[in-house]
Write a protein that binds this ligand. Structure first.
Ligand SMILES: O=C(O)C(=O)C[C@@H](O)[C@H](O)C(=O)O
Ligand SMILES: [Mg+2]
Ligand SMILES: [Mg+2]
Length: 391
């Protein structure tokens, strides 16, 4: 099988909060008549510049045309040469590599008539426990709005949540107190995510305040600036709770292992550049005797399907995971949206080949945008994933 063509389609899909996220849907065609699909998810993160899609397509054509999609290692090596790792969480090159690697897995599995999880080593489970995100409070009046989100999502079956914290600790505390008061032990808050906004000493003080309301806390995430391995290590010694951090480069993962800086690696294909790399990061975590959690950028259904296949094939996910994108967006671009039940992300049917999701061309048209350019958006809005312009 040889790759003959590639298509990139930019889409802008609003979240229920009003915030619009741009993604690129990938199609890779072959001389066997098979097409693989992938997703470069959520380019709507800092830094505020846009990838030029015509230029990107030209580069990808020069790498992919004529290649056998089964040469996953060779292709990934060439992708790394053109889109090298950076020590930055939201490095756009990783998103690009992820979309291509997703599509190659979809193609190879379709060719073999198996599901992507079978290509990844088979399934150890069919569903993954996940949590619904509560985005960061900036103002006290957002507390009751977020309690309403918990109410609505609890009714839908989500009983575990995670909380972005650190900009308004009074509001963070008020929210936790309200959850405890209204939901008692029916609802868990599994993590406090500082998103690298505070230095470790400020985070340490905040943790002392917020852990008074332990509602099933499994981890404290990103409680130091990006790549502050010493800070993470110091904080880890000071707190009883496990510390988690996203993996965005193998160098960064190596430093965190060497420094014994964290307890749990937050691994997601989007931030490390594909299923191939995410597996490597998960195995490195296992060898280093660390826990893992499946992270997210909040993907659409294609990206989430890839993560479900990966998550169901890994033996060492030992914490409540994060991918709930298909529940956050008002729409999607597939015929068969990924489903959630009782707070679990269910992997696509193992008997369906490939990723198990199919593009709906009408929906692709509906959400199509001309490019990845930015609208008028502030750094606060991007950090806090909100459409609110109040600042
Ligand atoms: O755990 C995290 O950190 C995230 O989920 C990051 C978010 O910013 C996510 O990427 C989103 O777009 O909501
Ligand atoms: Mg995080
Ligand atoms: Mg994101």
């Amino acid at each position: 099988m040889k790759i003959t063509d590639i298509e990139l389609h930019a889409v802008g899909v609003p979240r229920h909060t009003g915030f619009v996220n741009k993604h690129v849907i990938v199609k890779i065609h072959t001389d066997e008549g098979l097409t693989g699909i992938g997703e470069m998810s959520d380019f709507s993160h800092l830094p505020m510049y846009a990838v030029d899609l015509n230029d990107l397509k030209r580069t990808l054509i020069s790498i992919l045309i004529g290649k056998n999609p089964f040469d996953l290692m060779k292709i990934n090596q060439e992708l790394i040469d053109s889109f090298p790792e950076a020590m930055y969480y939201y490095e756009k090159g990783s998103f690009i590599r992820n979309g291509i690697d997703n599509a190659l897995h979809d193609l190879c599995a379709k060719y073999l008539d198996i599901s992507v999880s079978d290509l990844l080593g088979g399934r150890v489970k069919e569903k993954i426990k996940v949590c619904y995100p509560i985005f960061r409070h900036r103002f006290m009046d957002e507390v009751e709005e977020n309690i309403e989100v918990v109410r609505k999502r609890y009714e839908q079956g989500f009983d575990v949540f995670r909380l972005y914290v650190g900009k308004n600790l009074d509001a963070d505390e008020a929210f936790l107190a309200r959850v405890k008061e209204e939901f008692k032990s029916k609802v868990k808050i599994k993590s406090y995510d500082f998103s690298h906004l505070l230095n470790w000493k400020d985070a340490s003080r905040a943790i002392k305040r917020l852990t008074k309301y332990d509602l099933g806390l499994e981890m404290i995430e990103s409680p130091a600036p990006r790549n502050d391995f010493e800070g993470l290590y110091q904080l880890r010694l000071k707190t009883d709770y496990p510390i988690s951090e996203h993996v965005w480069s193998f160098k960064q993962q190596e430093e965190m292992i060497k420094k014994d800086a964290i307890d749990i690696f937050n691994i997601s294909p989007i931030f490390i550049g594909g299923l191939t790399s995410a597996r490597k990061a998960a195995y490195a975590a296992e060898v280093a005797n660390k826990g893992i959690v499946l992270g997210t950028t909040q993907e659409l259904s294609i990206g989430t399907a890839a993560m479900a296949h990966l998550g169901c094939s890994l033996t060492n996910i030992n914490h409540t995971s994060d991918p709930t994108g298909p529940e956050l967006y008002v729409g999607d671009v597939v015929k068969n949206k990924i489903t959630y039940k009782d707070g679990y992300l269910h992997a696509p049917d193992r008997n369906v080949k490939g990723l198990g999701v199919e593009i709906d061309e009408a929906l692709l048209e509906k959400y199509r945008v001309p490019d990845l350019s930015w609208s008028n958006v502030t750094v606060h809005q991007l950090q806090d994933r909100t459409a609110t312009t109040k600042g």
